[in-house]
Design a protein around this ligand. Structure first.
Ligand code: 3PG
Ligand code: MG
Length: 349
C-alpha cells in the first residue's frame, strides 16, 4: 500500500496547524454519547502541542446537517475535547458541514479553512472515503501530512489486505447488505471461511451472488413482530413460522460460529448477528464478540455496531484493532483508494 507522509516527520514548531479529525460522534440530548473518536484524535494533537505548534485549529463534520443547524453545533464535542486535552493553543472550528462548500469540495471553502495555516494534518480516517473540502481540498492548498490515527488505521486494516496468517475468517452481518458486498467479494475471496449472520444472511439464503460459498446460520431466534418484547422462539434458519422475523442467530449457530472463529488465526468482523440493541436478540452478537476476543491471532473489528458491541461487552482490549472507521474501513477493505489518503503526498523516506 502507498505510504502517506507522516506528521512525525513534519516540522511544526512555531507553525499554525490545521487538523482534520473525525469527531463525528453520537450525541444524546446535546451531549456526547460516545467519545471514542474524540479520544482517538488525541495522540496527534498531543504530538503537535509537544513539538511546539503555535496553534492547532481542529475541524470536523458532525452528522449530516443541511446547513447551519444548532442541533449539529460542534460545541459539545469541543467541550469534551477540552476536558480531555486542555491547551489554549487548540481551537475547534464549527461543523464543516454547516458550509455547503464542504461536501462539494469547494475551493473557496477550502481556502477559508486553510487561511492563516502553515500546514495541514489529516487524521480523519473515518472520513477518508469522502472527497470533501476539509479532507481533500485543503490538502491541495497546504503541505499535507497524515495524522497518527489515520496511519494506525491504514496499517492495521491494511494487514488484512496483505499476507495473513491462516485460517483467515471474515465474519459479517448487519443490515447494510448492499454496502458490504464489495468487501465480501474482495476480502471474502481471500478468506478461508466467510460466516454470515444478521439480515445479510437472509439476503444470501436463497441466492448467493458471491463467487465463493458462505457459512450461514442453521437456526435463528424468531420473533412474532419487530419489537423488543415480541414473542420469541428458536426456529430453523430456513423454516421461520409464517409472518415471523429472524432477529438473531440461534444457539446452534452461535456454537458453530464461535467454534470456527476460535480456530482462526486472523479475523475481520463487521456487522452484528441480530438486533443486539434489544436484549432478547443480543446473544448471537455477544457470542461472536466473545469468540473474536478469544482468538489467539490477529483480530480486527470495524463498523459502528460491532465496535459498539465490543465496547459494551468490555472486550475492546482483547481484539488487536478496533477501527474508528465505518464506511472508510469498508471501502479500504474493498480495495479502493481513499481520496483523503490519496490527497496526502507520499512518504519520501
Ligand atoms: C462516519 O461516521 O462514518 C464518518 O464520520 C463519515 O460520516 P458520513 O457518512 O456522514 O460522511
Ligand atoms: Mg458512515
Amino acid at each position: 500500500m502507498r505510504q502517506a507522509r507522516s506528521v512525525r516527520g513534519a516540522d511544526v514548531a512555531g507553525k499554525h496547524v490545521l487538523v482534520r479529525a473525525d469527531l463525528n460522534v453520537p450525541l444524546e440530548e446535546g451531549r456526547v454519547a460516545d467519545d471514542t473518536r474524540i479520544r482517538a484524535s488525541l495522540p496527534t494533537l498531543e504530538l503537535l502541542l509537544e513539538r511546539g505548534a503555535a496553534s492547532v485549529a481542529v475541524c470536523s463534520h458532525l452528522g449530516r446537517p443541511k446547513g447551519p443547524d444548532p442541533a449539529f453545533a460542534i460545541a459539545p464535542v469541543a467541550a469534551r475535547l477540552r476536558e480531555l486535552l486542555a491547551d489554549e493553543r487548540i481551537e475547534v472550528l464549527e461543523n464543516t458541514r454547516f458550509d455547503p462548500g464542504e461536501t462539494a469540495n469547494d475551493l473557496g471553502f477550502a481556502r477559508e479553512l486553510a487561511e492563516g495555516c502553515d500546514l495541514f494534518v489529516n487524521d480523519a480516517f473515518g472520513s477518508a472515503h469522502r472527497a470533501h473540502a476539509s479532507t481533500v481540498g485543503v490538502a491541495e492548498l497546504l503541505p499535507a501530512y497524515a495524522g497518527l490515527l489515520l496511519l494506525d488505521e491504514l496499517e492495521h486494516l491494511g494487514q488484512l489486505l496483505g499476507a495473513v496468517e491462516r485460517p483467515f475468517l471474515l465474519v459479517t452481518g448487519g443490515a447494510k447488505v448492499a454496502d458490504k458486498l464489495g468487501v465480501l467479494e474482495n476480502l471474502g475471496g481471500r478468506a478461508d471461511e466467510v460466516l454470515v449472520g444478521g439480515k445479510m444472511a437472509e439476503e444470501l439464503r436463497d441466492e448467493n451472488p458471491l463467487s465463493f460459498p458462505v457459512v450461514l446460520p442453521t437456526d435463528v431466534v424468531a420473533a412474532s413482530e419487530f419489537a423488543a418484547d415480541a414473542e420469541t422462539r428458536t426456529a430453523p434458519f430456513d423454516e421461520l413460522p409464517d409472518g415471523w422475523l429472524g432477529l438473531d442467530i440461534g444457539p446452534a449457530s452461535r456454537e458453530d460460529f464461535a467454534r470456527r472463529i476460535r480456530a482462526a488465526k486472523t479475523v475481520f468482523w463487521n456487522g452484528p448477528m441480530g438486533v443486539f440493541e434489544w436484549a432478547p436478540f443480543a446473544g448471537g452478537t455477544k457470542a461472536v464478540a466473545e469468540a473474536v476476543a478469544a482468538v489467539d491471532g490477529y483480530t480486527v473489528v470495524g463498523g459502528g455496531d460491532s465496535v459498539r458491541a465490543v465496547n459494551e461487552l468490555g472486550l475492546d482490549d482483547r481484539v488487536s484493532w478496533v477501527s474508528t472507521g465505518g464506511g472508510a474501513s469498508l471501502e479500504l477493505l474493498e480495495g479502493k483508494e481513499l481520496p483523503g489518503v490519496a490527497a496526502i503526498p507520499e512518504n519520501q523516506g
